[in-house]
Design a protein around this ligand. Sequence first.
Ligand code: FE2
Length: 378
Amino acid sequence: MSASSRSTVAEPIVDEADFLPLKGTDHIEFYVGNARQAAYYYRAALGMSLVAYAGPETGQRDRASYVVQQGKIRFVLTTPLRSGNPIAEHIHRHGDGVRAVALWVDDARSAWRETTRRGAASVTEPYVLEDTHGRAVLASIRVYGDTIHTFVERGAYVGPFLPGFRAVESDLVARPVGLLRIDHIVGNVGWHEMNEWVGFYSRVMGFSLYQHFDDKDISTEYSALMSKVMANGNGFVKFPINEPAEGKKKSQIEEYLDFYPGPGVQHIALATDNIVHTVNRLREQGVEFLRVPHTYYAELQSRVGKIDEPVDELEELGILVDRDDEGYMLQIFTRPVEDRPTLFFEIIQRKGSRSFGKGNFKALFEAIEREQQARGNL
Ligand code: FE2
């Protein structure tokens, strides 16, 4: 029912000649003010396990990095050890935030060559990291704002994360919640910049348009945004790109652009195969979610039809449901995980549906607006 004329769903294109074959998301690197404490939040609240570390004890003099993992989801939390370097500058400007969305490839040199040839700005030319566990090749290109993509080639490496990192054997703090993989990673870009970045992902990265939403799909009295979902050739990597649209008052995208400030990663959607269990655990562990009003659940069954999960349980947890021609999906959004209203997480369970939750946008945006109002930013 959510497949209106304004939304298109393209079949993923499996192109033998894909010039940028991606095996998936390798990891996401956050620059944070205090990586040791951030790692504690991701372990005790989000349920990830500390698996690797690099810092002064391992010969890395300028920074410390903690690698946390759950299922195939891998985050790297990096903090500078001194002021006056690019990591410290990034944190000074953005607060805690995503620096790198790293993509897993078979050939990092080819990925860098093909994308820079098509117009990507290079951040780091291909370089080799090596230790007793083998070797990896990395290279980075610039995308929106201060965000980069790092291509990671790790076929000749068997260690805990990347050469230079030491393994952390057990984690007594981790409280896993059943998160399995990254479903999508959303970028907010500036006014009227969405098509520029859609063009970038298409031309430079070989992605194609998977779905789009305009301000008629995604607007309330105050907030509006436009969004296009770009997917790579095999569909493993999906990047929705949002830009603000005119509304009566400041939209959530504008609030992000003001506070981050500038373009950056807005949310990371993490998939589970049992969202009721996962969200129950996350709530017990202190993760805070957006709440939707009772009326949303009163109308739910007539909107999405029969679903496996008891509606009262979904309402208790605040989980949203959307349906398309192929099935349904359940989703919920955390509040921002920093004091700045910037990055947040989505927990998602797909039951056949490829939706990004269009049917939920209105209820969701009204919930976000209540929070913006409370912050004095509406
Ligand atoms: Fe999402």
